[in-house]
Design a protein. Structure first.
Length: 261
């Protein structure tokens, strides 16, 4: 039995398309609250700023304190100072970066920040490469392999970062899942509740077996894969190495809760 949980949000607690709670998700959080089991909601959300997205989750019925929530913006502030950056992502995301105080520029950036955009073009990729070759740091908002949008799968930020790294030989910094930076900050937050916690005491639950769970397992966490988001079956697991495969596979949060009870 784990002493604490990391719980993914999109595809695990809320549906990717309708953005509504998945079967058993609210009840699972209620169970942890009643049992006083420490947990952290972990998300690569970049659409809303941290307080806004946390409020959205509470409006859906997830009774989660802000001290039990972490996202990519939380870690970005610890990673890169407010300075001139070139930003790649949706217009909404670019607006969020400006709100955080960064100066978004089109020339001579100190760093480039890459997030999701289903409409990236070869021109966008060329600009990324040119900025990096000119000396800009590379910041990836997360390292997801793919992301689901309107029933289709698109290259995730992790896939784009891999392309830029291959083209420039420059190693990116990833602030969201599955980076060590992200998970270590999450562990420190849980240690505010229980100072003795280690990664080995944590079970992570996610619908992204590649983008979330493989990295978490390498740190010693117990990994649980749910089929309520990116993947509707477990075929992807066959492509993983033996030391990468998830420890558990469930249909959704309701199925996990049934076993706990």
């Amino acid at each position: 039995m784990p002493k604490a949980y990391f719980i993914d949000v999109q595809g695990t607690l809320i549906d990717d398309l309708e953005r509504k709670p998945i079967r058993g998700a609210i009840e699972f959080i209620e169970h942890l609250n009643v049992a006083k089991i420490p947990y952290l909601l972990i998300t690569n959300n970049t659409r809303m700023l941290s307080r806004e997205f946390h409020s959205f989750l509470r409006e859906l019925g997830f009774l989660v304190g802000f001290d039990s929530y972490i996202d990519t913006f939380t870690v970005l502030a610890d990673t890169i100072p407010v300075e001139d950056v070139a930003v790649f992502g949706s217009e909404h995301f670019i607006g969020n970066i400006r709100t955080l105080g960064y100066r978004v520029v089109n020339e001579n950036p100190k760093a480039i920040i890459i997030s999701l955009n289903q409409h990236y073009t070869n021109e966008d990729y060329a600009r990324m490469i040119e900025f990096v070759l000119a000396g800009a740091e590379v910041i990836g908002m997360h390292g997801t392999s793919i992301y689901a949008k309107e029933g289709r799968s698109y290259p995730g930020v992790g896939a784009i970062l891999a392309m830029v790294e291959y083209a420039t030989k420059h190693t990116p910094i990833i602030v969201g899942k599955p980076s060590r930076n992200f998970y270590e900050k999450g562990l420190r937050m849980l240690q505010e509740v229980d100072p003795d916690l280690t990664f080995g005491d944590i079970e992570i639950i996610s619908d992204d077996v590649v983008g979330d769970l493989v990295g978490a397992k390498a740190l010693g966490m117990e990994t649980t894969f749910v089929l309520s988001g990116k993947y509707k079956n477990a075929d992807i697991v066959r492509k993983l190495g033996q030391d990468e495969k998830p420890d558990h596979i469930y249909r959704d949060m309701a199925e996990i809760l049934e076993e706990l009870k």
